[in-house]
Design a protein around this ligand. Sequence first.
Ligand SMILES: NC(=O)N[C@@H](CC(=O)O)C(=O)O
Ligand SMILES: [Zn+2]
Ligand SMILES: [Zn+2]
Length: 343
Amino acid sequence: MTEQITLRAPDDWHIHLRDGAALERTVPDAARQFRRAIVMPNLVPPVTDAESATAYKERICAQIPAGTPFEPLMVIYLTDKTDAAIIRQAHAAGIIAAKLYPAGATTNSDSGVTDITNIYSALEEMQTCGMKLLVHGEVTTSDIDIFDREHVFIEKTLSRLVDDFPTLKVVFEHITTAQAAEFVQGAREGVAATITAHHLLYNRNHMLVGGIQPHFYCLPILKRGYHQNALIEAATSGNPKFFLGTDSAPHARHKKEHACGCAGCYTAYSAIELYAEVFERAGKLDKLEGFASEFGPDFYELPRNQDTITLAKSPWTLPEKLAMGGENLIPLAAGETLNWQLV
Ligand SMILES: NC(=O)N[C@@H](CC(=O)O)C(=O)O
Ligand SMILES: [Zn+2]
Ligand SMILES: [Zn+2]
């Protein structure tokens, strides 16, 4: 008989669904395996308040396949102009978090925050009402090497932020370094991190040896194998401060395979199977359920899902390409064989 594992149904605590025709691709892919997903607000223009987040949620919900349980959890994008009133309205409208993009750090972050002290009144209000802060943790100054931007952000910004707002719940999103894993392990209660499948499966050699591989290009950028190993250790440790966030971020093929290619890996098509691969290789399949399905809702103070999913050890090959709004989209690990498949 085929080997199988059954888990409490998982959620994705960091995903990019985009907008318009892309939603026909991204929403069903996410809903295939996840019951809830935290939807990133870096649209053009960004989702900066309750009204735009509520309208965006409706556009997402219109693409949920009939009969599939899926709930998008909405987030607003912090700008230099976000004040306490915007936070209060967002909280009242059921927005569970706000996202800090340092201006210029990543895709569609031009409207992001130029100086963290500009949002101190917003952070104060978030701490009071219990809204979570999600952080793209990289410095952006040109003197800092791209491979060092995350760990310098911890020293320059994040450690002070978690001290200045001692009860604010903070998620250090898509961590990529040993320093970030160590920081979160040692941080106060209420500080957690998401980890992507691609940062667990790959390191910078996969992206740069034997020809440049644009489909591995994402931000924060893939680091050395040493950092990859530290992330695997953290994700499979059973420490509830680390949980699943795919950072699945679709960009059409022609925008990835370009002289100035976009950052982002599309993993939503097969995310849970990619994570299963990592946990199996580490000999820690028993730790997948906590990471994928329990620690996230516990952190967000939401109920754990009550239903289950089953993965079978039945090798299958990922498609070479997918369609997204009339364009081609290359899923991460396109054409590769995965051991585990969602039943
Ligand atoms: N991770 C990425 O490389 N890209 C994300 C933005 C982000 O999460 O930083 C995107 O929106 O494309
Ligand atoms: Zn990011
Ligand atoms: Zn992201």
